[in-house]
Ligand binder design. Structure first.
Ligand code: PMP
Length: 377
């Protein structure tokens, strides 16, 4: 007998469930397109050369200990992370209006930011795009916010539903929080143009909507760290406030190290000091302090101009390869005379594509060809 005997079996996570099914398939030609992790031509995970070098340097440094980090994490990592996303010459950084805390990758940064807002911000509604990364609504709901949606993807054009987006944000209550994917929208691969970003910025600022950026793919979309950060920097340049969740899972290939950061750009330096003090109260009872190894690797790379450059080269190689694979898939579909318009595959950006396949077609691909993807295509 068990005191837990009455517990029901929980459903599989819709994304991780694809991997479970994939692992059970004995076929030698099977392919898993479910999880957002970069793979080599051989289908293997990739550790960047610059990461291997940084880890070697850390291991060989006898002055390194395994002491606890402070609640807010590795200070140098936090500084360098803010600089990476907001730009070296960011006025908000120079004016000490940015507070950055190291968190457990992108997910942890979103959760800490969500709990901070639930405790200290007057409006508890957060607008998330439809569709969005499946974890978003759960993270924010459990953090104490209420998730509502704004229109984002238009299945008819397989592009951005810009008018729907503008309508929905226009009718959001003043001060609502709005989750924005900084670049390479997951799962659609559809991003606003710079022009559309500017209109979104004006609309949001005019209605005091608070931006909460999720940046899980900086550099992974275009291959350029600065270009992918441009939308975020437009919002910082206007002097307004925002939240920023950063992940190094994809762009440095540090998935399992769980390394990321939450930054809050505040209206003034003294507000930033008080915000940081409250972030500590959110973090301390959650996990006390974050891990040491991942941010040490990141700081080693970001502080050294040679290693930084090597990283940008490796990062661009990954981004370029993704772009070229989109082209190859598109060309292959075309050359076989596959019915339909597949141009969305090369218009979308980042590691995800919304193929436009429906759940029946996805099931067919799985049964006939051992190609695994989420049921929404
Ligand atoms: N946001 C988005 C949009 C993502 O796609 C991901 C990763 N799938 C994350 C956040 C968080 O990832 P992690 O916690 O591994 O950094």
């Amino acid at each position: 007998a068990s005191v837990f005997a009455g517990i029901a079996q929980a459903p599989e996570d819709p994304i991780l469930g694809v991997t479970v099914a994939f692992n059970k398939d004995p076929s030698p030609v099977k392919v898993n397109l479910g999880v957002g992790a970069y793979r080599t031509e051989e289908g293997k995970p990739l550790v960047l050369n610059v990461v291997r070098c940084a880890e070697q340097m850390l291991i060989n440094d006898p002055s390194r200990y395994k002491e606890y980090l402070p609640i807010t994490g590795l200070a140098e990592f936090n500084k360098l992370s803010a600089k990476l996303i907001f730009g070296a010459d960011s006025p908000a950084i120079q004016e000490n209006r940015v507070v950055t805390v190291q968190c457990l990758s992108g997910t942890g940064s979103l959760r800490v930011g969500g709990e901070f807002l639930a405790k200290h911000y007057h409006e508890h509604t957060i607008y998330i795009p439809t569709p969005t990364w499946g974890n978003h609504p759960k993270i924010f709901t459990l953090a104490g916010l209420t998730a509502r949606t704004y229109r984002y993807y238009d299945p008819a054009t397989r592009g951005l539903d810009f008018n729907g987006l503008v309508e929905d944000l226009s009718s959001a209550p003043l001060g609502s929080i709005v989750l924005l994917h900084a670049c390479a929208h997951n799962p659609t691969g559809v991003d606003p143009t710079v022009d559309q970003w500017e209109k979104i910025r004006q609309l949001m600022r005019s209605k005091s909507l608070l931006p909460f950026f999720d940046s899980a793919y900086q550099g992974f979309a275009s291959g350029s760290l600065d270009k992918d950060a441009q939308p975020v920097r437009m919002f910082v340049a206007d002097g307004g406030e925002l939240l920023m969740a950063q992940s190094y899972a994809k762009n440095m290939g540090l998935y399992g190290e769980r390394v990321g950061a939450l930054s809050i750009v505040c209206g003034s330096a003294d507000v930033a000091v008080r915000v940081e003090s409250q972030l500590k109260l959110v973090i301390r009872p959650m996990y006390s302090s974050p891990p040491l190894h991942g941010p040490s690797v990141v700081a080693t790379i970001l502080r050294d101009s040679e290693m930084f450059n090597e990283w940008t080269v490796e990062l661009k190689a990954m981004a370029d390869r993704i772009i070229s694979m989109r082209q190859q898939l598109f060309d292959a579909l075309k050359s076989r005379g596959t019915p339909g318009d597949w141009s969305h595959i090369i218009k979308q950006i980042g590691m995800f594509t919304f193929t436009g396949l429906n759940s029946e077609q996805v099931a067919f691909m799985r049964q006939e060809y051992h190609i695994y993807m989420t049921s929404d295509g």
